[in-house]
Design a protein around this ligand. Structure first.
Ligand code: UDP
Length: 375
């Protein structure tokens, strides 16, 4: 089987640090290739993952699009997708397109009428209900959790081949020094991820908290400071920047509660592996929760609010804790020692490993091809 994996133009695969979709694609490609699937990756020139072919519209990631007006963002997405379609027109050896490009991806591919398409839904579907309500026909979709799909508009329910949970290549023991005292929140800094709640809880309990993740694409405190100081900067009024300034910054005391910016590679993994717990005080219905399975894979118990996909990923009392209120979150954070790290690791290996995800995708690819050829 040969597939065209369309990761979009935003970040390289694998990403240097933060990168939701790009991390998923980077986790999926090696086990697919190990199972004999040939992979043509549509991404950006700086992608370094080993694939059979790489096709690109841009040399580097266009994630800086956050600083551009909406029509320019759409222009970048269209330029990337036009390159994908040009490629598909020039060859007939692709059995399936596995598309991850939000909004323009499936619409353009459907209009072109090439090989069967599977589009993976990565977002909270209510957020894009207007687009997904008129989803193009003839395309299969999969979600990243059952709870995400349960909220899908009917057009998507009809196209759905079910959920495929996210996975992680991370595995291992706590760092050599053993578990540290700090709690982490790993993820984009934004109201949806609820970092302010984590800050409030940890401050109340006197637990050190490390917040890692970019603010609107900015990885360093210096970059963010420059934007905050400059009212003319296009990102100055960005909702995530305002969230940081208004709701999170008041808790940052440089001691107990710290924001360290975006982290990547070994420093991200070391931060996870030395943590006492990973907190998920989410304020939305988290669709897939990569960071939850990453924490579990490293034996770091996740403690989160019972929303979105979290109840599907965390077995309350065995592989982590699920809370209904902020008070409960604080209580359960103090009971994190009751969760056996080995149990977390075993669960991640059995349910969220790259090979489990690849096997599941192969099954879904087969169904998407059959359906696509029939339509
Ligand atoms: N991530 C990272 N560095 C950071 C913050 C996040 O490498 O500073 C990674 C995180 O480990 C995960 C991915 O970015 O693999 C996306 O995280 P998540 O699924 O929580 O976020 P979302 O896709 O909702 O933005």
């Amino acid at each position: 089987m040969k597939i065209l994996m369309n990761a979009g133009p935003w970040l390289p695969v694998p990403p240097d640090g933060y990168g939701g979709i790009e991390n998923v694609v980077a986790t999926l490609i090696p086990p697919l290739r190990a199972r004999g699937v040939k992979v043509v990756l549509a991404s950006v020139g700086s992608s370094s993952i080993e694939v059979d072919e790489l096709i690109t519209a841009f040399p580097d990631g266009q994630f800086g699009h956050l600083q551009k007006p909406y029509n320019q963002v759409m222009g970048l997405a269209h330029a990337h997708q036009a390159r994908v379609i040009e490629e598909l027109r020039s060859r007939d050896d692709i059995d399936l397109v596995h598309d991850h490009l939000e909004v323009v991806g499936p619409a353009m591919l459907s209009a072109f009428g090439g090989p069967p398409v599977l589009h993976t839904l990565h977002w909270d579907l209510r957020k894009h209900a207007s687009f997904y309500g008129s989803f193009p026909p003839g395309i299969s979709v999969n979600g990243v959790s059952a709870s995400q799909l349960a909220r899908a508009p009917s057009a998507l329910q009809a196209a759905s081949l079910g959920p495929v949970h996210l996975a992680t290549p991370l595995a291992g023991q706590p760092s050599e020094g053993g578990r540290g005292e700090h709690v982490i929140v790993m993820g984009r800094i934004c109201g949806l991820k609820g970092q302010h709640l984590a800050a409030r809880v940890c401050q109340k309990l006197g637990l050190p908290l490390v917040l890692a993740g970019p603010v609107s694409g900015m990885d360093t405190p210096a970059e963010l400071e420059a934007v905050l100081q400059d009212p003319e900067h296009p990102l100055h009024g960005h909702p995530d920047v305002r969230y940081f300034h208004d709701q999170l910054a008041p808790y940052l005391d440089g001691d107990l509660v710290r924001w360290i910016g975006g982290v990547g590679g070994p420093s991200r993994d070391a931060l996870y592996a030395s943590a006492r717990a990973a907190l998920f005080p989410i304020q939305w219905d988290e669709p897939g929760g990569t960071a939850v399975v990453e924490a579990m894979a490293l034996g770091v118990p996740p403690v989160g609010l019972r929303r979105g996909c979290l109840p599907e990923l965390i077995d309350h009392g065995r592989t982590g804790w699920l809370a209904d209120t902020e008070e409960q979150l604080a209580e359960l954070l103090l009971r994190v020692e009751e969760i056996d790290p080995e149990e977390c690791r075993r669960e991640a290996e059995q349910r969220f490993s790259p090979s489990v995800m690849a096997d599941r995708y192969l099954e879904v690819y087969g169904r998407a091809i059959t359906r696509g050829l029939r339509s």
